[in-house]
Structure formats: structure tokens, C-alpha cells
Ligand binder design. Structure first.
Ligand SMILES: NC(=O)c1ccc[n+]([C@@H]2O[C@H](COP(=O)([O-])OP(=O)(O)OC[C@H]3O[C@@H](n4cnc5c(N)ncnc54)[C@H](O)[C@@H]3O)[C@@H](O)[C@H]2O)c1
Length: 367
């Protein structure tokens, strides 16, 4: 079972606050302003807390490599390149996605509150991570949102019927705020599993479930190494032609409509950069003639949860509830980090200029 790379090692646990301080310190050492380091730490640690380790602190080594390639730009901000009222076109200028997407959403939220709706096209952002984070930012302001994202020039997924990688794991996200509760948040990669989940499995030395990966010649496999060692295989879209279709629309809305770019031979990314483009539609539910929208949504959630459970299933979750449950558990017990990922983060901290004794001080907080 564990013959992928190294034997599975026991997980480490680290309190969220300690990890947050570590991430902040790494980016301040690398040259980020304190607010940038804080936004990056907020985002990455929240991804781990929410159970999406693929988009958490395990991304730091890749970001450090992208910075060394001269791709990730520190201390950049979202630039509005066209203001058409209810449509904003924003350039992320390869700045930290955790900063430029935050700022793009702030602009969109402000405009949607004024006009009832705002579409934001964000182009050329460095990796914007867990898309649910941006939907939650809108939901905190009481707003509904949909987000279509492409991973520009970084093909990992084969089209329905094809056998080689042609486009990215293009996530889709939609959120609906709920009164007095965490919002409903649907947030997923349009590949069967996110690429980062193959990295986590590879680092842990475990296989992935069947149905998600093919080898370079199209043979189905459960070995995550096909995404990390040559000859490279591909991820498959979720849900056959339907997932492929949604991925294609994420590519077009995210990459083309935003003023960014789509994935093809001439745009293939050769460096460690991960470039995301996102088209977000942000809506004020109060602008609709729908005073019962909250009650209608709650009635539906209650109705589906009343379904008799399949054997072995403990409860029915609404979208976003698994992450909420994970945040409660991990907030109490600390964040699990596998030793390989932890070592990769230590190496990245050293590359960023953090002295060995400071790295050791953070490491001593592991349980
Ligand atoms: N920035 C990028 O380039 C990029 C690319 C791909 C993915 N991502 C991010 O990766 C993260 C992980 O994506 P993923 O595809 O692995 O997510 P996933 O397969 O874990 O699906 C998550 C979604 O499904 C819901 N869900 C999960 N289990 C459920 C259950 N039992 N019942 C009901 N709903 C359930 C969750 O609430 C959530 O909305 C996402 O946050 C996504 O935004 C980012």
C-alpha cells in the first residue's frame, strides 16, 4: 500500500496560531510587508484548518521557488485596469494571490453593495489558493458569489476522451450566506481530485483512490507519482463529460473573459509560477425581490438532511459543512502536517533567510 515513495510516517500536529506565526515570519524574511505576510498566513492556515492541506502551508516551497524564478512578485497590489461600473477588470500583476484576490474581492464587494451586482475579472494573479476563501470573504459581507478560475498555462488534466494533460484543475466555487451560520460554500477542483492532493499522497507515500489518474499512455492508475515523476500522466475531470464541460467554462470565463489567457502551446508555464485568472460574480441577495430566500434555503437544507442515511454514513453535509467541522476539530487538536511537507517548509524557510535557531524555535511547538 505504501510503496509509492517512502513509508507513511506519523503525522505531526501544530497549533494553528504557531503555524500562522511561522508562515508570517517566513514571508517577512523573504521581503513581504507585514500586511502581506499576514494575508498569506491567514489564507494558508485557513486552508489547513478547513481540511484542504493541498492549498495550505504545503504550498510555501512552491511559492519560494516561484519567487526565486523571478515570477512571484512581493508587495504588489490589485490594479483596476478598467472600471465599467458593474464590471471591474483587475490585473494581479503576478502579486501574491492571497493579496490581489483579497483586494479584488474588496473592490467587488463595495461595488455589489452599491449596484446589487458586480462582476470582477482578475487576471495574472499568482496562485490564489483555496477559492472558498474568496467566496467566504463575499459571504461575510452578506453577498452571494460564483467564481470561475483557470490555472493558466499549467495543464494537468486530460479532456473527456483524451489521454494527455491539456488544462488545469480549474476550480469552481459558489457561496450563499446564511443568517447566524457559516455560509453554504461549494468549492472544488474540476479534476476528480486537486493536484495538491496528489502531492500530499505522494509525500505521505500512499496511493489515491481509483478513477482519478491515468498514466502517460492513458492506463488508469492509483499511483500519485505519475503526477510528480516522469513520464507524467494526467488527472481526469470529475463526472465524465460534465466535469470536463465545467472545467472548459472555467478556462473560458476565468482565462478569456477576465482579460487573462487560456492554456495552449504558446502559453505553457515553464517556471514554478502558478498563475490564476478568475471571473467572479458577486450579488447582493437584498437586491432580489426575495424576502423569503433565507427561509427557502434553510427549508431545503433541512429537507435533504432528513433523508434516511446509507449504511456507514453518520450525517448528510450541506456544502461547506465538512470544512466547518474540520475547522472545529483542527482548531482544538492542532493541524496535522506530514514530516515530508514539514521538512520542505523548513528548507523553504532557510531559503527565505530565516536563521536556523528561529526555525528550531518554531519546530519545537510541534506536538
Ligand atoms: N487555485 C487553484 O489553482 C486551485 C486549483 C484547484 C483546486 N483549488 C482548491 O482546492 C481545494 C480542494 O478542492 P477539491 O476538489 O479537492 O475539494 P473536495 O473534493 O474536497 O470538495 C470540496 C467541496 O465539496 C464539499 N463536500 C465535501 N465532502 C462533502 C460531503 N460528504 N457532503 C457534501 N459536501 C461535501 C465541500 O463542502 C466543498 O464545497 C478547493 O478549495 C479549491 O478551490 C485551487
Amino acid at each position: 500500500m505504501n510503496d509509492t515513495k517512502t513509508p507513511a510516517a506519523p503525522e505531526l500536529r501544530i497549533p494553528a496560531e504557531a503555524l500562522h506565526a511561522y508562515v508570517r515570519a517566513i514571508w517577512e524574511r523573504a521581503g513581504s510587508a507585514p500586511r502581506e505576510a499576514e494575508l498569506v498566513a491567514d489564507h494558508l492556515v485557513m486552508a489547513n484548518l478547513s481540511g484542504h492541506d493541498s492549498h495550505g502551508v504545503g504550498m510555501i516551497p512552491r511559492y519560494v521557488a516561484s519567487l526565486a524564478d523571478g515570477q512571484l512578485k512581493l508587495n504588489e497590489h490589485a490594479r483596476i485596469v478598467r472600471d465599467a461600473g458593474a464590471v471591474l477588470s483587475i490585473d494581479g500583476v503576478k502579486g501574491f494571490g492571497q493579496v490581489v484576490a483579497y483586494e479584488a474581492m474588496e473592490h467587488g464587494i463595495e461595488r455589489a453593495k452599491k449596484l446589487g451586482v458586480c462582476a470582477v475579472g482578475l487576471r495574472n494573479a499568482h496562485h490564489i489558493g483555496r477559492i472558498g476563501h474568496w467566496a467566504e470573504q463575499c459571504a461575510k459581507a452578506g453577498l452571494v458569489s460564483f467564481h470561475f478560475v483557470n490555472v493558466a498555462g499549467d495543464p494537468l488534466v486530460a479532456p473527456f476522451g483524451g489521454i494527455d494533460r491539456r488544462f488545469g484543475t480549474n476550480p469552481f466555487c459558489a457561496a450563499f450566506p446564511r443568517e447566524g451560520q457559516t455560509p453554504l460554500v461549494l468549492d472544488f477542483a474540476t479534476s476528480g481530485i486537486a493536484y495538491g492532493k496528489t502531492r500530499v499522497a505522494y509525500n505521505k507515500g500512499v496511493k489515491v483512490a481509483p478513477g482519478y489518474l491515468i498514466e502517460h499512455d492513458g492506463t488508469p492508475t492509483v499511483e500519485p507519482k505519475v503526477m510528480h515523476e516522469e513520464p507524467f500522466g494526467s488527472l481526469l475531470p470529475f463526472g465524465l463529460h460534465k466535469g470536463f464541460g465545467l472545467a472548459a467554462m472555467c478556462e473560458i470565463f476565468g482565462g478569456a473573459l477576465s482579460g487573462g489567457y487560456t492554456t495552449r502551446e504558446s502559453t505553457l508555464e515553464k517556471s514554478n509560477a502558478i498563475i490564476n485568472c478568475m471571473t467572479s460574480v458577486i450579488l447582493d441577495p437584498n437586491a432580489f425581490d426575495a424576502p423569503a430566500a433565507q427561509a427557502e434555503a434553510e427549508a431545503f437544507v433541512d429537507w435533504v438532511k432528513a433523508s434516511p442515511l446509507q449504511e456507514g454514513v453518520e450525517r448528510i453535509y450541506a456544502p461547506g459543512e465538512p470544512e466547518e467541522a474540520r475547522r472545529a476539530e483542527r482548531g482544538a487538536n492542532g493541524l496535522p502536517i506530514d514530516p515530508t511537507t514539514w521538512q520542505q517548509i523548513r528548507d523553504a524557510a532557510r531559503t527565505s533567510g530565516m536563521p536556523a535557531d528561529e526555525i528550531e524555535a518554531f519546530a519545537s511547538q510541534l506536538r
